[in-house]
Design a binder for this molecule. Structure first.
Ligand code: ZN
Length: 457
């Protein structure tokens, strides 16, 4: 595969002194960002006002440079007067603040002029104290500590203990296959993290079945149905946690929270409950990410081609009834992971057209139904009499898309999949779709709540 850029993120266990220094550095980055933004906006407004008085272009207040280098130069000229305390933090903190501003400004400009695709980028806004904080180091002494897998080195702050082993990155560094480009510290979900951006030389094994094509039908009822007949259940992390979340939020409501108007400070008990709510949200996000990573890695390492629908996730999130369920799955994230991992493993991701009727087509004879209600869980074909699980039918159609295009052989055979009983509801496990020959009776489905299946077709 060659050289790719990857991030390695480690949770930190800083001492109280180090935590205060980390906070100070993040505050310094925010300060430099806000300072630069104020300057840029002031100059822009001044020039607009002057132009409205009819002052010629050449006599307007000179505009400031929007490049990271230019802004940094201006910061260095101004820092002694506006921030005489700047020496308390590494100069990298201020440099990364103005560099982030330069990126934000150029993104906005590119979006405005049409040079950048995707949703419109807004003009940068001031960073508040309650926003997620981070600070990036690009020069200076940072990295891992030689021969020790429990510490990271940061400029100015020094050696900080990690909460987990740095083995995964350390092995690359020792082998000489990694080059650390930058280190970013951030505070997320009640914990400090250090993320290294690393250039690594990857040599991944090719997929174990290079000729195999697998169709993946993403849904809400089950997270995914593969054309092999395997069903990846929806782990419903958020729904499981919602019950506990409700309890904690009731508890927080009984306690004294902050009030801006009366300047009421939050009580310690309120803060404690808030910390528990944060932990719960972090656990949900972690479990979701873990499941998606495991599934996407397995797919690209096993199959030569993975076919997924080009779902309009942003559009589905606008549907109020579906939003929470769709967001709880991370479909967009799943596709992103599939795409970059396919590049590493030398497999291929094929995106089916957004309007391809994968659910309405019969996977046996190719007849297309005009109407298929979301409540019809079993696909009944009027032409050939096929009766198959709706999602499995869609997954097989997706797999066939590529087989037809390349003339390859379809492989609806089932690989090494396990049949496990329902255990921990947070864990992804394997079951079989109805209509798959497993020699087992269909699981009882009556009395079960029906959840809406999301398909565009
Ligand atoms: Zn048919």
């Amino acid at each position: 595969m060659g050289v790719v850029i990857r991030a390695f993120r480690f949770a930190l266990d800083p001492t109280p002194v180090q935590a205060a220094e980390l906070r100070s550095h993040c505050g310094a980055q925010r300060y430099a960002f806000n300072w630069g933004l104020a300057l840029v906006t002031a100059v822009m407004n001044q020039r607009t006002a002057e132009a409205s008085y009819g002052i010629p272009e050449t006599e307007l207040t000179p505009s400031v440079s929007w490049s990271a280098y230019g802004l940094r130069k201006l910061w260095n000229q101004a820092k002694n007067t506006i921030a005489p305390w700047w020496g308390e933090n590494s100069k990298e903190a201020y440099a990364s603040g103005v560099a982030n501003l330069a990126t934000a400004l150029s993104n906005w400009n590119a979006s405005r002029t049409g040079a950048r695709r995707g949703p419109k980028v807004r003009f940068p806004r001031f960073k508040g104290k309650r926003q997620a904080i981070s600070c990036r180091f690009t020069t200076g002494s940072f990295g891992l500590v030689d021969g020790d897998r429990r510490h990271v080195r940061l400029p100015r702050i020094g050696t900080v203990r990690t909460h987990e082993s740095t083995r995964k990155l350390a092995r690359h560094v020792e082998r000489g296959t990694a080059r650390i480009r930058s280190a970013t510290v951030s505070y997320r979900g009640g914990r400090w993290f250090c993320s290294f951006s690393v250039e690594i030389d990857r040599t991944d094994p090719p997929p174990t079945r290079p000729a195999s094509v697998v169709g993946v039908d993403l849904g809400v009822k089950s997270l995914a149905v593969l054309s092999t007949g395997e069903v990846i259940a929806n782990p419903r992390h958020l729904e499981v946690a919602l019950c506990e979340l409700r309890r904690l939020q009731r508890q927080a409501a009984r306690r004294t929270g902050p009030d801006r108007r009366t300047r009421q400070r939050p009580s310690r008990r309120w803060l404690r409950t808030q910390a528990r709510i944060t932990t719960l949200h972090t656990a949900v996000a972690n479990a979701r990410r873990d499941g998606l990573h495991k599934l996407s890695t397995r797919l690209v390492r096993t199959h030569g081609t993975v076919v997924v629908e080009d779902l309009n996730v942003a559009g589905m999130l606008r549907n109020r009834r579906l939003a929470r369920h769709v967001a709880g799955l991370g479909m967009g994230e799943f596709r992103r992971q599939l795409e970059y991992k396919a590049g590493w493993a030398d497999s291929r991701v094929h995106l089916a057209d957004r309007w391809y009727p994968s659910s309405k087509t019969c996977s046996a004879c190719g007849a297309v139904k005009t109407k298929l209600r979301l409540s019809e869980r079993i696909y009944h074909c009027d032409q050939c009499g096929l009766a198959l699980d709706r999602d499995l039918n869609a997954a097989r159609n997706l797999a066939r898309l590529v087989n037809e295009a390349t003339g390859g052989m379809s492989s609806p055979s089932c690989g090494a999949t396990r049949n496990e009983p329902d255990g921990n509801p947070r864990q992804t496990h394997t079951v079989w779709a109805t209509g798959t020959a497993t020699g087992r009776p269909d699981p009882p489905r009556s009395g079960q709540r029906r959840h809406r299946k999301v398909t565009t077709a």
